[in-house]
Design a protein around this ligand. Structure first.
Ligand code: MN
Ligand code: MN
Length: 296
């Protein structure tokens, strides 16, 4: 897609904020820190830097590959192999980035983290060479397999558009036959490496939602919350924690009604099938005349 100079400016701005938040939060991630506190620190910093969270901060531990965001009263603490995946948007233009940390001084964790980071680098190198999507996937797979780990085959990178976190193209993390290369636009590349069999299943509900239909709902509280969601998050994901902050715990019942009424979709947690550890690395790239990594 063709992006205007103004849109590119917002994309770069979102990337710059993401990058700043990342280097600011990294030294603060310690074993035992509450996940709730960590998510709020990240999200508050995004606001402080004049961005908005593009989705709830994902803080997924060990075999949970993605989609764990703390509940409003969460008491889980940072431990094991922790993936920190967060997003920033400026007027709907997104930077999506993730990194993993080892909180138990475990050499296998460290190797897993190195594998997904190297895979991300090699995928970006392929994108810079205008390689096909098939070759990008192959580079990810080969890099991760060179560490004797497996890529997760049913989690992919993705195109992004204005207020759309997952739009258009998907970028597989395994070799495939797609001959096309990345067109001009905005993409997130995100390899996952695991000691397990390399697939995820849909686990428990995550408390992360997306608006799918703004049709009317009878309950006035649910209506009020739906209006807020449409206005504030539009078509980007949000979580129950954010709504409890704004409306109190009555929003939990409203969310249930909105889900039952077909207004909202709730994402499940994504768990590795063999319950093995998973690492992730992710950056956003702007593909223009050249490739710019916006979130690094
Ligand atoms: Mn992400
Ligand atoms: Mn992503």
């Amino acid at each position: 897609m063709t992006l205007t100079p103004k849109q590119k400016e917002k994309i770069l701005q979102a990337g710059k904020i993401a990058s700043e938040v990342k280097s600011w939060i990294k030294p603060q991630i310690k074993k035992g820190i509450s996940l709730l506190e960590l998510a709020e620190k990240i999200e508050n910093k995004i606001f402080e830097l004049k961005g908005k969270p593009a989705f709830p901060t994902n803080l997924s531990i060990n075999e949970i590959a993605a989609h764990y965001t703390p509940y409003y009263n969460d008491d889980l603490v940072a431990q094991g192999l922790l993936k920190i995946d967060f997003g920033v948007h400026v007027d709907g233009w997104i930077a999506d980035t993730a990194f993993s940390v080892d909180l138990e001084n475990n050499s296998e964790n460290k190797k897993l983290i190195e594998a997904s980071e190297k895979a991300l680098k090699s995928a970006i190198k392929e994108a810079e060479r205008k390689s096909s999507l098939g070759e990008i996937g192959k580079a990810v797979q080969e890099t991760i397999e060179s560490y004797k780990f497996s890529p997760i085959i049913n989690l992919t990178g993705h195109e992004m558009e204005e207020y759309e976190l997952h739009a258009g193209l998907t970028i597989l993390n395994i070799a495939n036959t797609k001959k096309e290369s990345l067109h001009k636009g905005l993409f997130a590349i995100e390899p996952f490496a695991t000691t397990g069999s390399g697939k995820i299943y849909e686990g428990k509900p995550s408390g992360i939602y997306i608006l799918i239909d703004s049709k009317n709902v009878r309950n006035p509280t649910a209506r009020e919350i739906l209006d807020f969601i449409s206005e504030e998050y539009q078509t980007l994901p949000f979580c129950s924690r954010w709504l409890v902050k704004k409306f109190g715990t009555k929003s939990l019942f409203a969310l249930k009604q909105l889900e039952d009424n077909g207004n909202l979709h709730q994402y499940p947690q994504l768990v590795e099938v063999s319950h093995s550890k998973v690492s992730q690395a992710e950056n956003t790239i702007l593909v223009d005349d050249r490739v710019i990594v916006t979130s690094e």
